[in-house]
Design a binder for this molecule. Sequence first.
Ligand code: NAD
Length: 360
Amino acid sequence: MNYNIAVIPGDGIGPEIVAEAEKVLNKVGKKYGHEFTYTEVLMGGVSIDAHGVPLTDGALETAKKSDSVLLGAVGGIVGKDKWYELPPNLRPEAGLLAIRKGLGLFANLRPAYLYDELKEACPLKENIARQGFDMMVVRELTGGLYFGERKTEPVNGVMTATDTLQYNENEIRRIARKGFEIASKRRKNVISVDKANVLDSSRLWSKIVREVAVEFPEVTLTEMLVDNCAMQLVKNPAQFDVILTENMFGDILSDEASMITGSIGMLPSASLAEGKFGLYEPSHGAAPDIAGQNIANPIATVLSAAMMLRYSFDLDKEADAVENAVRKVLEDKYRTIDIMSDGCKQVKCDKMGDLIADRI
Ligand code: NAD
């Protein structure tokens, strides 16, 4: 089958890591009989340089017309790059917000997986790290506190700030369905995280999530308060399969979950719209400090491409092949500089892409 992928290399290490993901996808295509067609789209600093804005309408249209989007990263050295003096809505990162909004991406998926070979990088106690973990944080991305009405004004002579946390049942239902669909492709376990002992929005969240759970009888639902979840992530991360949660809780918990893997260059992510459309990108940024040196770790981007195969194209076998190839490369002791340890062989970015593609 033919799949049209809009590719946004972006800035910094973006072009280097995206090239390796394309290399791996091409190998998947060759082996399994698929054709991936790439259309390059400018976003971030490179788009500002070419068109004066971080994302043009034309670029957004190209992304919309594709089957899915693969993104490297955007941005320069914070505080020092040539785009720093621009107003916030014209800086490279504004392209990210614009494309997420423009594509209607409401579900953010961030897996946190501890590779056996990288357990030394895990900041948790050895007896906890030894058990490993493999979880997926499914975060609502377009509602809640970050999108509610906000104001700062004097009330009875005292300056007062107000943020509004609002969710309607439809917003909760669609993210809950995504969470359960994803769990049904994994270990069939959803832990829904809220603060239902205090917040009305959480009580509605809990009610709707329980209703959706009935549609997925093969998936087990457990509910957990957010403060307990933050503790459990460092105490017993192995218990989590899918964490389903609202925007702000997900923002914080997904960073906590990625931190306990200990290696930023390994973490993929996906942002999904209604249907099968998604945008796939590494969890890290543009790493301008190492750009152009061919030393970046491309694995997060390669694993983002694997998520694209699984969630946008329903190519589970092919996604497994990419994830297994990454595991095999680590078993064979190849490392980029960021994850290098004693007794391993250090390789450059493009070589890491070759090694992964060879193992598909
Ligand atoms: P960063 O993730 O780019 O870099 C943090 C540190 O991790 C750096 O030392 C970097 O060299 C290292 N690193 C990151 N990815 C790596 C990889 N694949 N291999 C090896 N090392 C890697 O975060 P930052 O320095 O805070 O941000 C740099 C720029 O990226 C900023 O302009 C920021 O706004 C932007 N940014 C973009 C995104 C995105 O495009 N989604 C996300 C975060 C930050």
